[in-house]
Design a protein around this ligand. Structure first.
Ligand SMILES: [Zn+2]
Length: 447
């Protein structure tokens, strides 16, 4: 039985789907104005594992992940690069291609649906029209806003109180809202720009796209809605308000959120400028090592990213794949949970079913490595599980030989000089620099 921690209730609950044998799952996708970073990688690997676990249990899963290909940041970039906001597709096209490459490199299965917002403007406009007709939204100067006072349960996911939110709300004077908490469903633009709508030319706000796309591709009630922790408020809260204001039914039964990726105990994010793109990391580490590194952490726990830990992960993945890739297995049959024979693989699956406890699963594997090594049948079953359910290719990945480039050599020498002149501060700084480049310096006593 699968158990998942539901943000809505704050509890770990037994998973039950709305329809027998079927699961609908929506995961908020990227805003393609720049390449995906490690935080995105972690999010999509986490929910790819969930997707694979659900399939292994025997569910027929419909998985939708959108692409927010219209947004303020994209328009800003289009203006910067091309001197024209209307060339936004020239910004998003190449980034989306890179994203698909990154996801394939991480061995994330493609979702069943991957809609672009700009391909679905009609569905979004229709959704807004319905909200206005139901009295849950209103137009104001060509913009349309969702009316928070029409949804008294607002705050139920993030556990925010309306009065607290209202006290802290800041209102842009250009926005004519009835309540400072009301949020934009449609943003007006000059005549002829973007899309025409019943309220004039404009473009959709961010939150409405996910309500509209989930409803179009999966239905107005879904089993699982997932994303990063930073999306709980306001994005997911607003999605709930939009959808449930129309349906009066729970939008999603399970709301799942993966933990942050931190760098030096600070949240990693594009806006803080302390982030690594997946492509940066792939230059130093094989994408399978990156996936393995994610798997060594439970998806809800914060992950303090470091190249040092990545190097450790690389070593253990090399050791593991040396064993698993040494024996040919005639696999390729889809692994189903009820056909697993070995106690080791059964025990591993139990950990996965317990809120995707991947480190617990690896713990079982490492404890039983001797038995796995010595029994071909068990080895092949464990390998199949890792390949199909955890998404690790298990192809032998030797540790790369250490290459000392002239740049690295130069840094090492500078650090030696700093140490010789007892300039410990500078020596530490260079050590940190080397660490960021993926090199760990080990000192012996100076004579
Ligand atoms: Zn979303």
């Amino acid at each position: 039985m699968l158990k998942l921690t539901n943000t809505l209730t704050g509890k770990k609950e037994e998973f039950r789907s709305l329809e027998q044998h079927k699961v609908s799952m929506y995961v908020c996708g990227i805003t393609p104005y720049d390449n995906a970073h490690v935080g995105h990688g972690r999010c999509y690997v986490s929910f790819d594992i969930l997707y694979r676990v659900l399939k292994c249990i025997g569910f027929d899963v419909r998985y939708c992940r959108n692409l927010t290909d219209i947004d303020d940041k994209i328009l800003k970039k289009s203006q910067e690069l091309f001197g024209n906001r209307m060339r936004f597709h020239d910004v998003t096209g190449p980034v989306i291609d890179n994203f698909h490459e990154d996801m394939a490199a991480l061995n994330c299965l493609p979702p069943s649906f991957e809609p672009l917002v700009t391909d679905n403007i009609d569905a979004i406009i229709n959704f807004i029209v319905k909200l206005i007709q139901a009295g849950k939204a209103y137009q104001s100067n060509g913009d349309v806003y969702f009316s928070i006072r029409e949804f008294p349960q607002y705050g139920k996911l993030s556990k925010h109180k309306l009065e607290d939110l209202r006290a802290g709300a800041r209102v842009d004077v250009s926005e004519r809202k009835e309540d400072p908490l009301d949020f934009a469903l449609w943003k007006s633009e000059p005549e002829g720009e973007f899309w025409s709508s019943p309220w004039g030319y404009g473009r959709p706000g961010w939150h409405i796209e996910c309500s509209a796309l989930a409803s179009k591709f999966l239905g107005s009630q879904i089993d699982i809605h997932a994303g990063g922790l930073d999306l709980i408020f306001p994005h997911h809260e607003n999605e709930i308000a939009q959808t449930e204001a129309l349906t009066n039914k729970p939008f999603a039964t399970f709301w799942l959120h993966n933990g942050f990726v931190m760098i030096n105990h600070e949240k990693m994010s594009k806006s803080l400028g302390n982030f690594f793109t997946l492509r940066d990391i792939f230059k130093k580490f094989d994408p399978m090592v990156v996936r393995y590194y994610f798997v060594t952490h439970q998806y809800k726990a914060p992950l303090d990213f470091s190249f040092q830990d990545m190097t450790v992960a690389q070593k253990s993945y090399a050791r593991l794949t040396r064993i698993l890739d040494s024996v040919p297995c005639d696999d390729q049959e889809p692994l189903r949970i009820d056909t697993i024979k070995s106690d080791i693989a059964k025990h591993m699956i139990e950990f996965l079913l317990d809120d995707l406890n991947t480190p617990g699963m690896l713990g079982v594997l490492y404890e039983s490595l001797d038995s796995v090594k010595n029994d071909r049948e068990i080895l092949c079953e464990v390998k199949l599980l890792l390949q199909q359910v955890v998404g690790l290719s298990c192809k032998f990945l030797p540790e790369p030989e250490i290459v000392i480039t002239p740049e690295i050599q130069d840094l090492i020498e500078k650090r030696e000089q700093a140490r010789a002149s007892k300039d410990w501060g500078r020596a530490d700084k260079i050590r940190e620099q080397l660490r960021e480049l993926g090199y760990e310096v080990q000192d012996k006593k100076l004579r």
